[in-house]
Write a protein of this length. Structure first.
Length: 137
C-alpha cells in the first residue's frame, strides 16, 4: 500500500510539473530596432525576424524606434516585461558610447534590463588617417 501511495504521489507531482511547462513562444515577439526603416540595422532586424518566425513558428514583428542615439528604443526595452518577448537589435554604441555621454539615468548606463546574446552579424570597422597624422599601427 505504501509503495502504491508513493507512486501515486510521485506521478501526481510529475503531472503538475509537466502542466507548468510552457512552450516558447506562445505569442508574437517584438524586435525593437533603434534606427529608421531602410538602414543596415533595420535590414538586420528584418532578416532575423524572418528567420525567427520560420524557426519558432510564431510571428516576429520589427518595431523601429529611432532617435536620441538609440536611447528611445533602449528605454522602451528596459520597461518591457522580462519575459523574452521583446528583443533589442542595435549597434554597440548603445552600450559602449552612450553611458559616457548621458547622465546616470540613461537606461543603458549600467545595461539595466539587458541580457547579452551572441553576435548575430560580424561587424568590420576601419580607421584611417592622413599620412602626416602622428597615429601609427
Amino acid at each position: 500500500m505504501r509503495t502504491w501511495l508513493a507512486v501515486a504521489m510521485v506521478s501526481g507531482c510529475l503531472d503538475a510539473a509537466a502542466a507548468q511547462v510552457v512552450e516558447y513562444p506562445v505569442k508574437p515577439i517584438a524586435v525593437i530596432v533603434p534606427a529608421a526603416p531602410g538602414g543596415v540595422t533595420d535590414a538586420l532586424g528584418r532578416l532575423l525576424a524572418q528567420r525567427f518566425t520560420h524557426a519558432w513558428g510564431q510571428q516576429v514583428v520589427v518595431e523601429n524606434k529611432p532617435g536620441a542615439n538609440n536611447q528611445i528604443a533602449a528605454e522602451l526595452v528596459t520597461k518591457a516585461a522580462p519575459d523574452g518577448y521583446t528583443l533589442f537589435i542595435g549597434p554597440e554604441t548603445t552600450f559602449v558610447v552612450n553611458p559616457s555621454l548621458y547622465p546616470p539615468s540613461c537606461p543603458t548606463t549600467r545595461s539595466r534590463g539587458f541580457r547579452p546574446s551572441p553576435a548575430w552579424s560580424p561587424s568590420t570597422m576601419r580607421s584611417s588617417s592622413t599620412p602626416r597624422s602622428p597615429c601609427a599601427t
